[in-house]
Design a protein around this ligand. Structure first.
Ligand code: ZN
Ligand code: ZN
Length: 141
């Protein structure tokens, strides 16, 4: 993927900025950890292999949510920026912090049984009750 197609984004206050070379998957997560960390009804995540993710400004703070990994956020404004896998293999970046969030489309719903019952989902995307993201098929975006 060439440089002009790279994705950029950052937190609300601008203290932390990032650049993404390539995204291999994207999806919604309806689990309570995503809900609490983002403050939204659902988490929308772009999955990026660690070598394709680069911080270009600032140093986020980190909260180790589970054994699976940590959630990194801006220590100034609190924006949740990404989940970082404990094994160092990938980052899941909040699509809401992208400069151009419409360039990335979620392809899957996971942890759907933990979702809010007032949230109406009107799409044909596959829905799974478990956490199977990032998907091994690497659907691309
Ligand atoms: Zn910030
Ligand atoms: Zn989740």
């Amino acid at each position: 993927m060439s440089a002009e197609q790279a994705y950029t984004g950052g937190c609300l206050c601008g203290a932390v900025r990032y650049r993404i070379e390539e995204i291999f998957d994207a999806g919604y997560c309806h689990c309570s950890n995503c809900r609490r960390s983002t403050g939204g009804a659902v988490g929308a995540w772009a999955h990026v292999k660690a070598p394709h993710f680069e911080l270009t400004k600032g140093e986020p703070k980190s909260h180790a949510t589970t054994d699976a990994g940590a959630r990194d956020f801006c220590g100034e404004c609190g924006s949740t920026l990404y989940f970082r896998a404990a094994d160092g293999s990938f980052h899941s970046v909040t699509i809401g912090t992208f400069d151009e969030p419409c360039r990335v489309r979620p392809k899957i719903h996971i942890c759907i049984d933990d979702g809010l019952d007032w949230l109406e989902i009107d799409d044909e995307l596959p829905r799974y009750s478990d956490n199977r993201s990032p998907h091994p098929d690497e659907r691309g975006v």
